[in-house]
Design a protein around this ligand. Sequence first.
Ligand SMILES: Nc1ncnc2c1ncn2[C@@H]1O[C@H](COP(=O)(O)OP(=O)(O)O)[C@@H](O)[C@H]1O
Ligand SMILES: [Mg+2]
Length: 303
Amino acid sequence: MTEPIVVIEHLQKHFGKFQALKDITMTVNAGEVFGFIGPNGAGKSTTIRTLLGILKKSGGSATIFGQDVWHEAVAIHKRLAYVPGDVTLWPNLSGGEAIDLFLRLNDQAHSPRTDALIAKFDLDVRKKARTYSKGNRQKVALIAALSTDADLYIFDEPTSGLDPLMEEVFQQEVLGLKAAGKSVLLSSHILSEVERMCDRIAIIREGTIIETGTLDAMRQLSRTQIRVTTQQPLDAIAALPAVHSFKATGTKATFAVDSEALGDVMRALTPLGITALQSTPPTLEDLFLRYYNQEGGADDATR
Ligand SMILES: Nc1ncnc2c1ncn2[C@@H]1O[C@H](COP(=O)(O)OP(=O)(O)O)[C@@H](O)[C@H]1O
Ligand SMILES: [Mg+2]
């Protein structure tokens, strides 16, 4: 097997007395899109800034391409592209000038791919950066990073401020990187984004990785939300052990089902004459709540 691209072991970071990272352990493999998800303040950006050599760790270890992220930052950065969640630009440069400057700082040249990306992201590159919205500043950094030939791409909540159409463009580009065998670390709190692109994810909460694996495996552990209308009364459904939080008004009901029992519940519903049915897969919040309850006790979930 090829060497992992990113290896983080028991990484810790404190700011004074505050411990932002308590225990971060995760591995990004070659050719993989790895999702790093967690609520605001969980420590995603702190982990990424430590990986970039911007912050110095307080404990544990972190390597990229087998090199220490602090001591060998220069060598690592030659093979890395990064987009932060909040891009700052030179106010007096045009968007196009900013893209080219980002590229030059990374020893890259403006290429046909750069032009293709500018067209795809529909960016007016002639405008001064100071007139740009957050979304447009994000686009500048995304275009520069995506037209960079790197081995590892790190995106820290890159689509905040982008409209859904542009989010779609971003997702296609990331899938393209994956098809080209590149490695991607993507932090996000948007499950649908992570779902579509990521091979594996790590969930971070309060500076600790609480779960790592495929999203599929995690979904199996959680509940699907069902809203249904039937011709017959739904009492038999309420009694099923896999059904939770059951609420009914007449023959309309909402409830949650353990995802592994979805088939059984559907078979129990069919004879009741389904007239309307809506099923919502577990959301990121559901996944979080499940892990919060498991790991931290119920009061953590309600904080
Ligand atoms: N430079 C800093 N000094 C003090 N506290 C910080 C600093 N940077 C981040 N933090 C704190 O560390 C925690 C994690 O922040 P962050 O990594 O930005 O979370 P996320 O990116 O997951 O939203 C937060 O409580 C944040 O307030
Ligand atoms: Mg962040």
